[in-house]
Ligand binder design. Structure first.
Ligand SMILES: NC(=O)c1ccc[n+]([C@@H]2O[C@H](COP(=O)([O-])OP(=O)(O)OC[C@H]3O[C@@H](n4cnc5c(N)ncnc54)[C@H](OP(=O)(O)O)[C@@H]3O)[C@@H](O)[C@H]2O)c1
Length: 267
């Protein structure tokens, strides 16, 4: 059932045809001085790893955020041949590490053009409202919503220093009240965390409405990653496509929206 809606959202032709031209538009000359500076949280594997790859292909300098240095360094090494990638320790649950990461970016770059809030978890014990383990629900909300909020607050001053910042929150159709209300999906904590994340998108977009910054939610399809024991039907590259598009939005692009590669999603 989940797969059906996800498949709707998975317009594969976008990946094959539209994405390469968007990537070229983002940096048509490959000019090093004009490189956009990007940070992707949870970049060491899954969808985040492919978002890093896509932004590298667009000519960005990409900071690959990971909470474990060994994993982050390995992932950055795996992508080194594809562009200017650097590991940065980003742990959503560690305020001191977030502050240190922001200070590092301030020193090295003085700005952040693109922030992709991709890191997220699913917790064993999450489930239906009648049965979900409250501590599992708390854990998911802690990472996916409060952790992402903490990261956003840590890096927002840097995004404000960019000419036209982009913030992408990697959400899920499971966070849509409208979609979930029509399906027998029972992951209360995960869904609530992504609904709350969508609220962050809407309120931050409004707070920044008089700036050039755009804030949007990207909704991957059902993607084969660790999060679901690789049961997903889309590849991580497909799952990354909408986040990459939103990260590279032109000046006339939207803000305060939630979308997949198939188009806008209802809240
Ligand atoms: N897979 C899907 O079908 C699907 C569908 C819709 C939305 N999404 C969303 O897509 C995003 C990426 O998920 P994925 O499927 O690629 O899962 P994944 O392969 O499990 O990757 C999750 C990433 O988040 C990192 N992470 C988890 N907790 C963290 C924390 N506290 N601080 C910093 N990093 C943390 C993980 O790091 P470690 O390696 O250290 O654990 C990993 O890099 C998530 O927000 C997820 O909710 C996934």
């Amino acid at each position: 059932m989940i797969g059906e809606v996800y498949r709707l959202a998975a317009a594969r032709t976008f990946v094959a045809y539209q994405l390469p031209s968007l990537l070229q538009e983002a940096n048509p000359t490959g000019n090093m001085a004009n490189k956009k500076i990007a940070l992707v949280t949870g970049g060491n594997k899954g969808i985040g790893f492919e978002i890093v790859r896509g932004l590298l292909q667009a000519g960005c300098r990409v900071y690959l955020g990971a909470r474990e240095a060994a994993k982050g360094q390995q992932a950055a090494a795996d992508l080194a041949a594809e562009g200017d990638v650097r590991f940065l320790e980003v742990d959503l649950g560690n305020q001191a590490a977030l502050a240190a990461a922001a200070a590092h970016l301030q020193r090295e770059e003085g700005r952040l053009d693109i922030l992709v809030n991709n890191a997220g978890i699913n917790a064993p014990g999450d489930g239906s409202p009648a049965t979900a383990d409250v501590r599992s629900v708390e854990q998911v909300l802690q990472t996916n919503f409060l952790g992402t909020l903490a990261a956003t607050q840590a890096f927002l001053p840097l995004v404000k220093q960019a000419a036209a910042g982009r913030i992408v929150n990697v959400s899920s159709p499971l966070g849509s009240l409208t979609i979930v209300g029509q399906h027998d999906w029972a992951l209360l904590g995960y869904s609530a965390s992504k609904a709350a994340l969508n609220m962050l998108t809407v309120q931050l977009a409004y707070e920044l409405r008089d700036t050039a910054i755009k804030v949007n939610s990207a909704n991957p399809g059902y993607t084969a990653t660790d999060l679901n024991g690789f049961a997903g039907t889309d590849t991580p590259a497909q799952g990354a496509a909408e986040a990459i598009r939103l990260a590279l939005l032109p000046a006339d692009g939207p803000t305060g929206t939630s979308s997949s590669t198939a188009g806008l999603l209802p809240w």
